[in-house]
Design a protein around this ligand. Structure first.
Ligand code: FE2
Length: 310
């Protein structure tokens, strides 16, 4: 199915699910938690994403609010690193409210891989959202993402924070459709959630991979949307390293050291690094926020060289 058509079908599906409410709460607390997921997937503690959102919403919100972002955990090849990072996350005190894996949590998107990945995350005691990346979209397997995890584009709120996940993968030309950008702008408009975070697997060209940015459809409109909304952070994966840039008031970061192979050709200038890691984001009651990098094997201790105030 051509991508715009698939997107439209997904949005129509969301709109048709009374229990999911409007697009603005596509992954909100109203999601079903029992019975059959509309597309036939099985339920577990950490899937599909609407159920995860419901669990997060049921937790009391306290500040500082802490959550983890990571990407490219790549089951099964990245399992060892992903296991180590999960153990480090469990050592965080206080524990983060939830984790978002920003794409590429499996290798090819085959159903067996999704089941293997869910066997890893479902028993984990911290809620985990699983966003789509290019490795979940191998030919013939894209449908499995929605089957096991829910809509490709979704959003949820926790306290003062709004999170919007968008599928920006288009082979050889990443980007977002007009419909997605309309969705993004609407999702970022609620004054009750002024701390806004945008998540998508492929980084926009302002934070390009070392081999250069591919064309990015609707690039300028994306920048305008996140700048106008005062987005705190746009977090991506895809490149298997940590990287950060501050561009026209918006922080962009690659949080993609979750376990996937790391290219020896990558460079390592200041404020980025080729190492396996996750990032811990802390949002304080007064609106201050910071991003910290925790490297694989270094317990739960952030590396002070990579602390960024958002
Ligand atoms: Fe990856």
């Amino acid at each position: 199915m051509p991508r715009p058509v698939a997107r439209l079908v997904g949005l129509i599906l969301l709109g048709s699910l009374g229990s999911l409410g409007s697009l603005g709460s596509g992954c909100g607390p109203e999601g079903p938690d029992t019975g059959e997921w509309p597309l036939g997937g099985a339920h577990g503690l950490n899937h599909p994403n609407p159920l995860v959102a419901k669990h997060v919403k049921q937790q009391p919100v306290s500040y500082p609010l802490r959550f983890v972002l990571m990407a490219d955990t790549h089951h099964p090849t990245g399992d060892a690193t992903f296991a180590t990072l999960r153990q480090q996350i469990l050592q965080l005190e206080p524990p983060p409210a939830f984790i978002v894996v920003v794409g590429d949590f499996v290798e090819t998107g085959a159903a067996q891989e999704h089941k293997g990945y869910l066997a890893l995350i479902d028993p984990f005691p911290i809620p985990i959202f699983s966003g789509i990346g290019n490795h979940e979209m191998y030919p013939g397997n894209r449908k499995n993402y929605e089957l096991f995890h829910g809509p490709e584009d979704f959003s949820f709120s926790v306290g003062s924070c709004r999170f919007v996940y968008l599928n920006d993968i288009i082979p050889r030309r990443n980007g977002l459709t007009d419909l997605q950008l309309d969705f993004l702008v609407a999702e970022l408009a609620d004054p009750a959630t002024p701390n806004r975070f945008v998540l998508m697997h492929a980084p926009p060209p302002v934070i390009p991979p070392p081999w250069g940015p591919p064309p990015f459809f609707n690039e300028e409109r994306l920048y305008r949307a996140v700048e106008n909304a005062g987005v705190r952070l746009v977090a991506s994966g895809h490149v298997h390293e940590f990287r950060h840039a501050l561009v026209r008031g918006v922080h962009y970061a690659l949080v993609s050291g979750g376990g996937g192979n790391q290219d020896p050709l990558l460079q390592d200038p200041t404020s980025q690094g080729i190492f396996h890691h996750f990032v811990l984001v802390t949002v304080y009651a007064d609106g201050k926020a910071k991003l910290e990098v925790v490297k694989e094997g270094e317990l739960a201790i952030p590396d002070p060289n990579y602390t960024i105030w958002l």
